[in-house]
Design a protein around this ligand. Structure first.
Ligand code: C2E
Ligand code: CA
Ligand code: CA
Ligand code: CA
Length: 276
């Protein structure tokens, strides 16, 4: 959409002025949001569909804008990535989510593993690993509670460096998951070099299930690949009982999707955890 925008600018110069203006405003207000940490962390459960237990949850950021209300990540992550502000946002999410998880564990709840999204900029950030281990130490947060999600396209921006960094992170006892698996283009050779624990089957392939022949074939191929490489699996974007059944029958037990729950705020998640 960003590229489309750029092309349009060549033809509609008044629109350019307007959009460039909006962008500056948005950039400024995002900077203020970072200073004031005006972000909420929503949580979406990852559930073992065999026994209905919560095995983990993904932390998903929301911008809590004073005038607009809750802004979804699709509307500000691209700008945050472009400007490098994503580094600060991810660190705010990391701190908030880890603090929340620590609290849940202390209350005797079982939230499973916390899954955090990691942008390419953060992998490139040379302070990240130190910040990560310092935060875990300060909060007495067990590294075994954490999974970091990276996408193929983020890794492929700088594959050799990413592999080194991910190895260091993995050596701390933190799990690495490939997000949106199959949608980027990484080579299987890199996949072999990465310190991987988990593949997330993208919603794009789950959407067509259980009827679309191509999506059936691709989903089965990803599941087979995970088995060969000895990786855990999560199917993302599962919305229907049929999709959940397809996954279970084909060997993917863990489900993240609206079928079980949308991403919810921490209070609602606490109720969810208390109810199960
Ligand atoms: P993602 O990492 O692929 O996260 C999954 C997205 O799919 C979430 O959208 C989630 O709400 C949505 N989803 C899950 N199950 C279903 C379903 O059954 N149906 C439908 N229609 N959607 C489902 P969300 O929360 O809007 O996040 C969008 C993207 O923003 C994320 O995609 C991720 O790339 C990015 N993002 C979110 N939080 C963070 C963050 O803290 N840091 C970074 N770097 N990126 C983030
Ligand atoms: Ca993710
Ligand atoms: Ca995903
Ligand atoms: Ca996605």
């Amino acid at each position: 959409a960003k590229d489309e925008g750029r092309n349009n600018y060549q033809y509609y110069s008044s629109e350019m002025t307007e959009s460039a203006f909006e962008r500056v405003i948005m950039e400024q207000s995002l900077r203020v949001a970072i200073q004031q940490e005006n972000f909420l962390v929503y949580y979406q459960p990852q559930i073992d569909s065999e026994n209905k237990k919560v095995v983990g949850m993904e932390a998903l950021v929301r911008w809590e804008h004073p005038d607009v209300g809750i802004v979804s990540p699709a509307n500000f992550i691209p700008l945050a990535e472009e400007t490098g502000m994503i580094i600060h946002i991810d660190l705010i999410v990391l701190k908030k989510a880890m603090t929340q998880f620590k609290e849940w564990y202390q209350q005797g709840l079982t939230p499973g593993k916390l899954s955090l999204n990691l942008s390419a900029k953060q992998i490139e950030n040379n302070n990240f690993i130190e910040i990560l281990s310092d935060t875990m130490q300060t909060l007495e947060f067990d590294p075994a509670w954490l999974t970091l999600e990276v996408t193929e396209s983020q890794i492929m921006k700088n594959p050799e460096d990413s592999i080194e960094k991910l190895k260091e992170i993995n050596a701390l006892g933190i799990e690495i998951a490939i997000d949106d698996f199959g949608t980027g283009y990484s080579s299987l050779a890199y996949l072999k070099k990465l310190p991987l624990n988990k593949l997330k089957i993208d919603k794009a392939f789950v959407d067509g299930l259980p009827h679309d022949e191509e999506d059936i074939a691709i989903s089965r191929a990803i599941i087979a690949l995970a088995k060969i490489l000895n990786l855990d699996l999560i199917a993302e974007g599962v919305e229907t009982k049929e999709q959940q059944e397809f996954m279970l029958e084909n060997g993917c037990k863990v489900i993240q999707g609206y079928y079980y729950s949308k991403p919810i705020d921490s209070n609602s998640m606490e109720k969810f955890l208390l109810a199960i």
